[in-house]
Ligand binder design. Structure first.
Ligand SMILES: Nc1ncnc2c1ncn2[C@@H]1O[C@H](COP(=O)(O)OP(=O)(O)OP(=O)(O)O)[C@@H](O)[C@H]1O
Ligand SMILES: [Mg+2]
Length: 279
């Protein structure tokens, strides 16, 4: 047994068993319209940890900034095809758009600035909320988990991510305005649930950038009041090693496996497996 930062006791998450077969993938939208809360960092590092547990992982970079692409060592400006191609070119084979990173079990569908045109272009598409879901469908059999790294907005791209997803992880930074805008995000999730994707779940709220201060502990309590047992037991500490690993273009669990935040991201991966979110 362990006790988390909220004082909740929980059974520690066992090291996962290797998988004997792969797929179909769970699709997770990493979503919060607040910028800089750790969506991309958590996408890369949760996938990094799961890939090291032998889970086949695909990250869909769904942000024109292309941070997840670059953070996995892929040059977003020299790749021929991106998620933008997959969304709008009906002749494109999505399997050919997937890039293998240098890390085992870890692939990415890249994005670059082209994606910034998508929001406007999607408006006139038939079934405009479902375009990403269609793109990902043929890939599900090959992966155990697909993580969509959303951009910081609640526009049509994010609605596409919520429509394509089985569930949402909401990273929340442990700082003063942590919960600002979260009510709006929950409304968007509820609208997608009631109108398009009734089986969409909230897998959990992941507290990031935590430091052991009274302030952060108070923020944690607020987050708990808002989300109760949806808050993951595992909390990600604030550490300069995380931006360092992004610059090094590798998941922290590979770049610096013994670091505290590597242990934390492995713990989140195990929590997801223990909860049945990931096989
Ligand atoms: N736990 C952490 N400790 C310290 N720095 C962090 C941590 N997590 C993320 N960062 C850094 O904070 C910045 C924002 O993180 P990240 O890019 O993951 O957020 P985001 O939610 O994806 O941002 P955006 O909304 O712009 O897409 C990055 O420079 C990242 O390296
Ligand atoms: Mg990001």
């Amino acid at each position: 047994m362990s006790t988390d930062l909220l004082g909740r006791d929980y059974a520690t998450f066992p090291a996962p068993e290797p998988l004997k077969q792969h797929g179909p993938a769970r699709v997770i939208a990493m979503c919060n319209q607040k910028g800089g809360v750790g969506k991309t960092t958590s996408s890369i590092n949760i996938a990094g940890a799961l890939s090291q547990y032998g889970r086949r992982c695909l990250i869909v970079d769904f942000d024109p900034q292309g941070a997840a692409t670059v953070g996995l060592g892929i040059n977003a400006n020299t790749v021929e095809n991106t998620i933008y191609t997959a969304l709008f070119d009906s002749r494109a084979d999505v399997h050919e758009i997937v890039q293998h990173t240098e890390f085992e079990n870890l692939d990415v569908i890249p994005a670059n600035i082209d994606l910034s045109a998508a929001e406007v272009q999607l408006v006139t598409e038939v079934g405009r909320e479902q375009v990403l879901a269609d793109v990902l469908r043929p890939l599900k059999a090959e992966y155990d988990i697909i993580i969509i790294d959303c951009q910081p907005s609640l526009g049509l791209l994010t609605v596409n991510a919520l429509t394509a997803a089985d569930g949402v992880i909401i990273p929340v930074a442990a700082e003063f305005f942590a919960l600002r805008g979260v009510a709006l995000l929950m409304q968007s999730i509820e609208k997608v649930q009631s109108r398009i994707n009734p089986s969409l779940e909230v897998y959990g709220v992941l507290v990031t950038m935590f430091t052991k201060t009274l302030h952060c502990e108070e923020v944690m309590q607020r987050i708990y009041e808002a989300f109760q047992d949806k808050v993951f037991h595992t909390v990600i500490s604030r550490s300069i090693k995380l931006p360092d690993s992004t610059v090094a273009a590798a998941p922290i669990t590979i770049y610096s496996p013994g670091h505290k935040t590597s242990k934390e991201y492995r713990e989140v991966a195990r929590e997801l497996i223990a909860n049945g979110v990931v096989a």
